[in-house]
Each structure stands twice: as C-alpha cells, then as structure tokens.
Ligand binder design. Sequence first.
Ligand code: GLA
Length: 388
Amino acid sequence: MLAQKLIRSEFIAYFGDNELEYFFSPGRVNLIGEHIDYNGGYVLPASISLGVSAVVSRNSTDYIRIYSMDFKEELLISIHEFEYQSNLLKTDIHWSDYIKSMLQVLKDKGVVLKGAAILLGSDLPIGSGLSSSAAIECLIAYIFNSTFYNENRKQLALDAQYAESHYVGVNCGIMDQFAVANGKSNKAMLLNCASLEFEYIDVNFKDYQLLIINSNKSRALAESKYNERRKECDQAFSVLQKMDPAGNLCQVHEISLAMLEDDVLYRRAKHVILENKRVQYAVDALEHGNIEVFGQLLTDSHKSLDIDYEVSGEELNTIVHYSSHFEGCAGARMTGAGFGGCCIALVKKESVDKLIPYVAKKYFEKTGLNADFYHVDIVDGVNSIKFV
Ligand code: GLA
C-alpha cells in the first residue's frame, strides 16, 4: 500500500486541497487452483498488501476527473454524456478502459454517478498476474457505490467481473474480483466457483514465508491465449458430458478422461480435473500445518500448468526451477493466468535472504531479465481507509 502522506500530497499538488476520503483495493495472489475458476472448480486466493490506493474528493460538478499517478494521465468523464461502448476486438487495452467499463456497469445498474476528483496510485505491478485489473474495477465500483457493496461483496465481484468480460473483453473467471472484494487479513479463501460459496482458511505457513517473484516478462498475447484455453475446456467438456454426469469439467471423473481422443483436449481436461483435487489436498495440508506437502502441491500444480495446460513459459519455468530446487524452499509455481507475470515460492524464513540473490542471478543469466521479489501480507479486501 502506498504511503498515505505521499498520495495525499500528490492529490493536493494536482487537484488542490479538499476534504478527502481514502480507499485501498488489494491485488490478489492465488495460492493454488489455477485456470479452474471458469470450470466450476475450487480456488484458494488471498488479497495482498500490494494494491491500488485512491484519494477522493466529492464535488457537485458534472464531471469525474481521475488522475493516475502511474501513467501521469487524466481521464475526464462527463457524467451526463458518458457512454462506454464495449469493443471486444480491441487488443491495446488502456488503463482507463477498466474504469470506463466499471462506470458503465454502474450506470447500467442505475447507480447515479456524482462529481468527484480522484487520484489513483499503485504499488501493484501492472499486468503481472496479481490482478491489477480486478483491483481497479472493484475500487471504482466501491468508491461510487460503497454503501451497497459493503453489504453485497459477492455482487461487487460479479459486477466487476461483468465489466471485465462484457466491456473490456477478457472472458475471465470470478476468482480475481472475488478475492479483491472479499479478502480477509491472514486468511485465504476456499472458493467454490460453481456455487460461489466460500470459507476463510487460516494461512499459517509456520517457519516458511510466502515470496512473490515477478518475472517482469510481459504477458504478451495473454488475453487471446486465455480465451483460447476457455474454449478448449468447453470443447473437452462437451465431449465428456455425453458419458459423464458431471455438472462441470472439474467434476468429471478422472477415469472418463480416456474418452478424449484429441491430445490437446485431453491434457487441458487432465490439468483441470487434477488441479481441482490438488486444491482440496492443499487446504487439508494447510489445516494440518503440513507445509512441505502444501509446497509439493504448488510445484505439482506448476508442472501441470506448464506441460498439460501450456500457460507457463521459459521465464516462469526458470524461476520455479531454481526456487523449488533451492534448499529451504517447500515449493513454487506460477500464479494467475500465466504467459509471464509472477510466481510464488514458499521458503523457510532463514533461507529467504539466500534464495533471492541466487534465483535473481540464475534468472538473469538464463533470460537477460531482472526479477523482482516482494514480501506481502494478506490483507482485507477493498475498503475505505482512515487517514492516520
Ligand atoms: C486470470 C483470470 C482468473 C483466473 C486466472 C487463472 O487471473 O482473471 O479468473 O482464471 O487467470 O487461474
């Protein structure tokens, strides 16, 4: 979270002094359960202390002015004329598209938009698989409709997901927006993506620490590949459904996989079915304080995402390889959609300071890229914050 003093002074420098409100919307890390939210599976995300902060001053003008500290650009919205057309074929998504999409969803729902000056600042690396888009969508929705969404966080997640799939054009699952809307400090969420029922799971990694490692490999083509994976899963399910009574791909029995003659569809479905099981084993391991088993499941998940689901790549594989083989690391995997972005590693606290320079060096030698390492806390979902 950016320091309040910093964003406050940036706000005053740009918009002038006013009565101010503060908001914070976290990013999310998914511990395990990747690419199965849109297949009705279980996922285990948590909202993290890296995120997007907002300073807001309400006013009676007909305009919403939003200044991004990160992009050094202003978005001006005329409340009465505003109408955002979804452009699903657009490939170069601009930061303001997420905001316009969310505002349009609010408008469609009959929320009356009011004048405001807003400054946004983020310490969440953008487009790196830590859900900067869900953070911004939930933040904008929350700023303009906080009384309602405070009590209806499930709806907040659904509305933000709708903004992303219907207007931005990324046909995402529910996990990211759900984690950002419903996060709780020191807890992960075991979310059943078919029913949207969830429970909080204590995250106690004992003498291990969760480390996030950013490959800084931009996620080129991620959106189109993501949508392609979804289609492949639908195709696999439509074949399997004929013989298996399952309600979604995650529920298909492993034995039924043999019915898939197409190798690609077979591997996609295999990942989905086994990843869903791994989530449940991982929760069990966490609840029993069995961190080594939890770590091994992370590494198994990564292998499956790499070989069967094919959403990893040289950069993520290099990080996972050198991290997971390092003495004191229980396991590592890519997190989020993949094709670049971030990994997580579960590392003994005493080994963290040795692992970081080792992995950084090996990674640079192999890819020519510098990795970034983040220590994060697990925090509450999107909320207003008191100025301290
Ligand atoms: C992206 C999507 C999520 C989920 C993950 C992969 O983050 O937004 O809905 O599908 O990828 O697990």
